[in-house]
Design a protein around this ligand. Structure first.
Ligand code: 2AL
Length: 174
């Protein structure tokens, strides 16, 4: 789909197609629909970013809480969204040894106990080693810093998901 086709969509279809560019947060897509027409992918992405940035801290943490754990029970149980499954599998998280799964689970648990939201990182820009390293390192951050880091990663995930949905089209300056 190109941006002109996306701009022409009624909100039901727009949300059905773009509703998971921020994981499990279709309300964001539904909100930015009213900012159409978007000149290009970047303009749509900026609208999403502005919406997120305008949220209170609790809203930003709410977005983080809508993300599944990496290599967590949704991956084990087959209940991840399609996008998340592809991202986690692409980073090799569906092929961890049982020791690696337990190690990840322990770090995820520690992280959630400390911050009250899950560790979020763009799986497509990392592999399992860098994710485990980041998880350990970021555990040492201040709460507010970590909320900001998580939201940065949400935006990276969103960028790649949008790219996958909108055809690269030079006319739209993608
Ligand atoms: C995820 C996910 O589902 N996809 C991704 O890139 N990162 N989850 C997470 N907790 O970071």
């Amino acid at each position: 789909m190109d941006i002109a086709a996306a701009n022409a969509l009624p909100y039901e279809d727009f949300v059905a197609i773009f509703g998971n560019v921020v994981e499990n947060c279709p309300i964001i897509t539904a909100a930015v629909w009213s900012r159409r027409p978007f000149a290009n992918l970047t303009a749509l992405e900026e609208s999403i970013s502005e919406f997120i940035d305008a949220l209170p801290q609790s809203g930003k943490e709410g977005i983080l809480r809508c993300h599944p754990d990496l290599a967590g029970r949704d991956l084990q149980g087959g209940t991840l969204t399609r996008e998340s499954r592809q991202e986690q599998a692409g980073a090799g998280l569906d092929a961890l040894s049982s020791t690696e799964v337990s190690h990840m689970a322990r770090l995820n648990r520690e992280y959630k106990e400390r911050f009250g939201f899950p560790f979020v990182i763009c799986a497509r820009m990392n592999d399992k080693e860098t994710m485990v390293r980041q998880l350990s390192e970021r555990l040492g951050n201040e709460h507010a810093v970590e909320r900001g880091r998580g939201i940065e990663e949400v935006k990276k995930i969103c960028h790649l998901r949008l790219q996958g949905l909108l055809l690269t089209d030079t006319r739209n300056k993608l």
